[in-house]
Structures are given as structure tokens and as C-alpha cells.
Design a protein around this ligand. Structure first.
Ligand SMILES: Nc1ncnc2c1ncn2[C@@H]1O[C@H](COP(=O)(O)OP(=O)(O)OP(=O)(O)O)[C@@H](O)[C@H]1O
Length: 265
């Protein structure tokens, strides 16, 4: 579906990404993890074609990403951004319907309204349809933005769904609900790539993990393969103990912080 080879990106002399490769496959949820500033969002923006790589190649469904028109791309990939600043007083229903914009001409069809409602239902926000988006809480807005992106790719087989820190601002239930939706979208045949900070959530929901540090790929593979205690300690600078998650077939990471040194002076 999406094949990224040896991507590099720099701003001025600063190298933000250095030779990173990944494959987002239909049916799979790929999580990008790593410390603050590792290059995760930059990588996602390259995959969305919001940025252009300094070197390396990106192919979507076997065709170079560069060769798609913006209209074609809008039909094939949806992106949930880390921050969505709402300048206009849109209502929730209107905003989600905007996700359908690439699909219709002058006016939305009955099917577009129906898909927007399905998406709002999925995120549990249908009752908020008439509310002005900016009056919602941060977590509610995040769920509405997800509904907009879900509506965009809902009926596009093999679409690419890119989610940048989708669980930010969500309570415990909705963090899990968000990642469950992401995984279900993958199971429907989409390729889903999500930037995540919580390694335990990544272990529980992702099929594949890509771990970045300082713009480089540190590890890539299944959660069990990638999430080892020495690697996590080296990449995040935090000792951890790894247990078997008693409820799910994945590792459980228990951080063992020791910050006393910082206060010893
Ligand atoms: N426009 C810019 N100018 C200069 N540096 C930038 C710019 N955009 C990003 N960076 C730097 O590039 C690095 C990678 O940024 P990026 O947002 O991709 O990191 P990230 O892994 O998503 O971080 P976080 O987990 O904090 O969201 C950071 O050090 C950031 O400060």
C-alpha cells in the first residue's frame, strides 16, 4: 500500500529524518513510536505528502506519491493532525461532512450524509451533530476530527489513514476506543499508521512498530520483537521491566524511573 524507502528530510542544516524506510500494509496498524523530537510527525507528514523528502522515495499503491494530483490523493488518504485550529464556527455535522468533500461535486449525496452519520456514530458523537465545534471539549473535538477523517476514507477500499497522536486529550475509555477504531479500520482493509506515545497502547493495538530516535530508525517489526527492555532504555533513557500482559498477547512495559539525581544538588 504505502512503501517509503530511505526517506530523509532536513530544514537548513538540521537533519530531521535520516534514511527511514517503512511499509504500511492494507489490513495492518503500524505505530510509530519514539521520544519527543524523534521525527515521528515529520515522517507522517512526508507519508501524507504535506512535506517533500530531501531524498528517498514514497509509493502509494505502487505509484510514486508525487504523481498523484491533490484531488486523487484526497480520495486515497486521510490524515488526523495533532492540532486542528477551527477558525470558522462550523457545526459538528458540517465538519464531518467536509470529510466527504473530495467525493462529491456541488452538493453532498444521500450516501455522503449517511457515511458522515456512521462516522459520528462510531466515535459516539452523533448527539452533538448541531453543536458548534469550538464549544466542544478538547477530547470531544478530537473525536469529531477522527469522524471527519473516517468519513473521508470510509468507502475507499485500501485507503491510507494517518493518525498523529490520536489519543491526545482523550480519557482512558476513549483512548482505547480510538485505537480500537484504528485497528478495525485496518481490519476493513485500510492501511493505518498512527504516531503513539504510550508504548503499552502501541503494544496492545499495533501489528507493527517503527521506533525512531533522532530521526533514525532504531527498530521495526512486531511489538514483541521491537519492545525489549534494553532498547526502550537506550532509546527513551528510562529503565523498564517487561512483563507478559496477563490479558492480551503482548508485552507489558513497567517503567522504573529514577529521577532523584536531578534533585541531589
Ligand atoms: N519547522 C521546523 N524548524 C526547525 N525544526 C523543526 C521544525 N519542525 C520540526 N522541527 C524539529 O524536528 C524534530 C522532529 O520534530 P517532530 O515534530 O517530527 O518530532 P516528533 O517525534 O513528532 O516529536 P513529539 O513527540 O514531541 O511530537 C524536532 O526536534 C523539532 O524541533
Amino acid at each position: 500500500m504505502l512503501q517509503a524507502n530511505q526517506l530523509s528530510y532536513r530544514i537548513g542544516n538540521r537533519v530531521l529524518l535520516n534514511g527511514v524506510s517503512l511499509q504500511a500494509r492494507a489490513g495492518e496498524l503500524l505505530a510509530i513510536v519514539g521520544p519527543n523530537g524523534a521525527g515521528k510527525s515529520t515522517l507522517l507528514k512526508l507519508c501524507a505528502r504535506e512535506l517533500s523528502p530531501a531524498s528517498g522515495t514514497l509509493d502509494l499503491q505502487g505509484k510514486p506519491l508525487l504523481r498523484y494530483t491533490s484531488e486523487q490523493l484526497a480520495l486515497l488518504r486521510g490524515m488526523l493532525h495533532q492540532q486542528n485550529n477551527m477558525t470558522f464556527p462550523f457545526r459538528v455535522g458540517e465538519l464531518v461532512l467536509m470529510g466527504r468533500y473530495p467525493h462529491y461535486g456541488a452538493h453532498p449525496a444521500v450516501a455522503d450524509y449517511a457515511i458522515a452519520e456512521v462516522a459520528l456514530d462510531l466515535v459516539g458523537m452523533r448527539a452533538f451533530s448541531d453543536r458548534i465545534v469550538s464549544t466542544l471539549s478538547g477530547g470531544e473535538q478530537q473525536r469529531v476530527q477522527l469522524a471527519r477523517v473516517l468519513a473521508q476514507v470510509w468507502d475507499v477500499p485500501n485507503a491510507l489513514l494517518l493518525l498523529d497522536e490520536p489519543t491526545t486529550g482523550l480519557d482512558l475509555l476513549h483512548q482505547h476506543h480510538m485505537l480500537d477504531i484504528a485497528r478495525q479500520m485496518a481490519r476493513r482493509g485500510h492501511a493505518v499508521v498512527a504516531v503513539l506515545h504510550d508504548l503499552n497502547m502501541a503494544a496492545q493495538y499495533a501489528d507493527q512498530l517503527l521506533m525512531l530516535k533522532s530521526g533514525r530508525r532504531e527498530a521495526y517489526g512486531t511489538p514483541r520483537k521491537v519492545l525489549t527492555a534494553p532498547l526502550i532504555e537506550r532509546v527513551f533513557g528510562l529503565p523498564v521491566q517487561l512483563l507478559d500482559n496477563p490479558c492480551h498477547q503482548c508485552p507489558l512495559i513497567v517503567p522504573i524511573p529514577n529521577f532523584q539525581a536531578a534533585f541531589s544538588h
